[in-house]
Design a protein. Structure first.
Length: 378
C-alpha cells in the first residue's frame, strides 16, 4: 500500500514539473511583453487567435509604429461601402501607403476595429503610421462630387452635361425640372406659367453633392441658391418696375446671352426695356438660337443664326417674329444680369450690335445704327 502511494506521489511530482517547465516560461514571457515599460503592445491572454495576433504585433511593433516613408505626399483613397478590412489592407499596400497588409489587418483584428472603419473618401499618406491611418479611417465623410454650372447654360445643356459626366440621367433630371413640382415649396415660382419648366431658375454656381446624386439633390440646391441670391428687396423692385419676377428672369436670360463685357449688361438691359416700352420687336438673336436648339452638325447648343432663320423659324421664342418677351427664360442668368434688368442704365439707346465679338456699339436711331454698322464693316 505504501509503495503505491509513493509511486503516485512521484508521478504527480513529475507531472507538476513538466507543467512548470511549460507554463512558467510562457507566463514569464506574457508578463514581460504585457508590461507597459517594455512595449506599446500588450498581449492579452485570450483565445489562441488573440494570442497569435498579439504576439505577431509584439514582434513587429517597430514596423507598426514606423511610417512607410519619412515624409509622404497625401494620396486619395476610397473605402467602399461594405468593403472588408482585409480588402482595405491589401489596397493600402498596393497604393504604396503601408508596408504590410498583413500587419495592418493584424492590428485591426487584434483591436476589434473592423466594424469601426467607415466608407468614404480620404487623403492618406505613406508618412502616417498604421495606427494613424486606422484612426483616420474611423472618421470618414460621405463621398461627394463638385458640379459647376456656368451662367448662360440652358436646361437641356445642363442635363446633357450631367449625363455625359455619369452623374445622373438627363431624362430623369428633365423630368424633375418642372416648375409645378416645386412651386409649393418655393414661392418665387408662383409667376411661372403652369406646365413650364424651371428654365432660368436653376441658379448657376458651384455645388457639392453626395454621390451618387439625384435630380432632387441638385435642383433643391439650385432653387435654394436662387431664393437666397434673388432677395425679397430685388423681388419688390421688380414689382416697382411693373414686372413679375418671371418677366425679369426672362429678360435677364436674354441679357446674359447678349452681354460679353460685364459693364455692358445694364446698357443692354436698358435697350431692351426701351424697345418694350415703344412696342418694338426685341430682335434678340439668342432667342432664335434657343428656338433652334441643339445643332448636330456643329455640336453646339448656341449656333449663329442667319437673317433667313430669324425671319423663318416659327416659335413663340423668336423675338424677330413675336412682340414682347418670349414665354420664359432661355437660359440660367447670373445675378449680375438679373440686377441689370432691375437697375438698367437710363439711356435713349434702341439699337446695338457687336463690334468685335465682345464690346457693343449702341445707337439711338435706326439711321445711326446703320451708319455705325457701315463704319465698322458690318
Amino acid at each position: 500500500m505504501l509503495r503505491r502511494i509513493l509511486k503516485l506521489l512521484v508521478f504527480l511530482v513529475a507531472v507538476l514539473a513538466m507543467l512548470a517547465v511549460a507554463i512558467i516560461p510562457a507566463v514569464a514571457i506574457v508578463n514581460i511583453i504585457s508590461s507597459p515599460s517594455s512595449s506599446k503592445i500588450q498581449v492579452k491572454l485570450g483565445s489562441p487567435v488573440e494570442l497569435y495576433y498579439g504576439l505577431y504585433l509584439w514582434l513587429h511593433q517597430d514596423e507598426l509604429q514606423k511610417p512607410l516613408l519619412p515624409a509622404g505626399t497625401p494620396v486619395p483613397f476610397t473605402v467602399y461601402p461594405g468593403e472588408s478590412p482585409y480588402s482595405i489592407a491589401e489596397r493600402l499596400e498596393e497604393a504604396g501607403i503601408i508596408s504590410s497588409a498583413k500587419l495592418f489587418y493584424a492590428y485591426i483584428r487584434y483591436n476589434n476595429l473592423g466594424h469601426t472603419l467607415e466608407a468614404g473618401d480620404y487623403a492618406l499618406s505613406p508618412g502616417m503610421t498604421i495606427p494613424d491611418i486606422v484612426n483616420v479611417l474611423q472618421h470618414g465623410r460621405p463621398r461627394e462630387i463638385t458640379i459647376t454650372v456656368p451662367e448662360g447654360w440652358r436646361m437641356e445643356q445642363l442635363a446633357d452635361y450631367l449625363e455625359k459626366q455619369g452623374i445622373m440621367s438627363a431624362k430623369e433630371f428633365l423630368a424633375w425640372a418642372k416648375a409645378d413640382l416645386w412651386v409649393e415649396r418655393y414661392n418665387f415660382l408662383k409667376d411661372v406659367p403652369e406646365g413650364a419648366t424651371l428654365e432660368g431658375y436653376l441658379f448657376p454656381d458651384t455645388y457639392r453633392l453626395p454621390f451618387p446624386a439625384s435630380p432632387q439633390d441638385l435642383i433643391t440646391r439650385m432653387l435654394g441658391n436662387f431664393e437666397a441670391k434673388v432677395t425679397p428687396e430685388m423681388r419688390a423692385r421688380a414689382s416697382e418696375l411693373g414686372f413679375t419676377l418671371h418677366q425679369v428672369v426672362t429678360l435677364a436670360s436674354i441679357v446674359e446671352k447678349e452681354a460679353v463685357l460685364p459693364e455692358e449688361r445694364p446698357l443692354i438691359a436698358g435697350v431692351f426695356l426701351n424697345r418694350l416700352r415703344k412696342n418694338m420687336y426685341l430682335q434678340a438673336d439668342p432667342t432664335v438660337q434657343y428656338a433652334k436648339g441643339y445643332n448636330k452638325a456643329t455640336g453646339r447648343w448656341w449656333s449663329p443664326i442667319t437673317i433667313e432663320e430669324a425671319t423663318s423659324i416659327q416659335s413663340p421664342y423668336n423675338t424677330y417674329l413675336n412682340l414682347g418677351l418670349p414665354p420664359g427664360p432661355i437660359c440660367s442668368p447670373g445675378l449680375e444680369s438679373i440686377k441689370a434688368v432691375l437697375y438698367p442704365a437710363q439711356t435713349d439707346y434702341l439699337f446695338f450690335f457687336s463690334a468685335d465679338g465682345s464690346s457693343h456699339i449702341f445707337s439711338k436711331t435706326y439711321e445711326e445704327h446703320l451708319e455705325k454698322q457701315k463704319q465698322y464693316g458690318k
